[in-house]
Design a protein around this ligand. Structure first.
Ligand code: SF4
Ligand code: SF4
Length: 317
């Protein structure tokens, strides 16, 4: 077997292992510098303050723009996706949480599975690799496109053709040099549904979200007051917002996740307005002990609930 056939075989054996571990998609990108036009656009977005309270997005720009500095000798980015589209939903009359927060915090689930994949890759290459999942300064959606997983929609989400956008992303950097997959180009066409349906107009240009206006950012990351403009448009949401995904035609083909970790917990299912009203800090910690909702903190979630009550009583725009 010549060396290029061997590399293709190695790549496919990693892909098979990734699917066996439980990932819903897996692709491969050659690691080099992020395209300069993408770096410029990102820096401009930061300069304009559109990251809002997420100041950490401006950290480690050098690493963000070149993952080879994140993991010395990295040659391949293995990109994976995990489906979190719910099997069952919250009752519509309850204060609403974004689908991704229905079950366990995905960071742990993703890391556990990526570490399993890393063990397999180590057996092939001798290299331990570096696992990344949201917390490392990696342009996750950019690399997922380069690795052929999908394209970035006008809603700024990674969309997997035929499967939608309700996916968590993760990466494994390795020094193993593997043949890359083909990038996927945009398939939004003339559609603008997400831009039209966003309650606050936060999608200010195709693929560009102004987090100062985004309900998802404001309900989760904002530790102070939410502006009345955003608050009046939060509707029945208390944590996150799925609107620009729900209206996307690509999500008509979303199928329920098979991962038990992401199933709506009984406690969240039962969290109606009365329980929310009386929920103490200790109860909050218990209900969300394994959940991404901890990010919003007790005070933040209670603040959001007060807005929910106002909107229920006729304040919603
Ligand atoms: S998450 Fe909601 S508020 Fe943010 S861009 Fe999407 S639709 Fe708009
Ligand atoms: S709603 Fe339309 S424009 Fe927006 S991401 Fe989906 S396909 Fe693209």
């Amino acid at each position: 077997m010549d060396s290029s056939s061997k590399l293709f075989e190695q790549r496919e054996s990693i892909r098979v292992e990734a699917l066996r571990i439980g990932f819903d998609a897996c692709g491969f990108a050659r690691v080099d510098e992020v395209e300069s036009s993408m770096c410029d656009a990102y820096r401009r977005w930061l300069d304009e303050g559109k990251q809002a309270q997420m100041a950490y997005l401006g950290n480690h720009l050098d690493l963000r723009e070149d993952p080879r500095q994140l993991y010395l000798g990295a040659r391949t980015m293995i990109c994976v996706a995990l489906n979190y589209y719910p099997v069952r939903f919250q009752p519509r009359e309850n204060p609403q949480f974004a689908y991704y927060s229905y079950g366990d915090d995905y960071h742990e689930v993703m890391r556990r599975k990526l570490r399993q994949l890393a063990v397999f890759v180590t057996a092939l290459s001798g290299d331990e690799g570096r696992v990344c999942c949201d917390t490392a300064p990696v342009r996750e959606r950019y690399w997922a496109v380069r690795a052929g997983l999908g394209f970035i929609g006008k809603n700024a989400q990674l969309i997997i053709p035929g499967r939608g956008s309700f996916f968590f992303l993760g990466e494994l950097l390795t020094t193993l040099e593997l043949p890359p997959d083909n990038p996927v180009s945009s398939r939004c066409g003339d559609c603008r549904l997400c831009m039209e349906h966003c309650p606050t107009g936060a999608i200010v240009a195709p693929g560009e979200v102004d987090a100062r206006l985004c309900i998802s950012c404001q309900t989760i990351e904002n530790r102070g007051d939410i502006s009345s403009f955003v608050a009046e448009r939060m509707g029945n949401r208390v944590y996150g917002c799925d609107t620009c995904q729900l209206c996307c035609p690509w999500n008509k083909s979303a199928t329920p996740s098979v991962h038990p970790e992401f199933v709506l917990t009984e406690e969240l299912f039962a969290l109606d307005a009365d329980r929310f009203e009386t929920m103490t800090s200790d109860e909050y910690s218990r209900i969300f002990r394994r959940s991404a909702v901890k990010r919003a903190k007790y005070a933040g979630l209670k603040r959001n609930f007060e807005i929910w009550k106002k909107n229920r009583n006729g304040g919603e725009k």
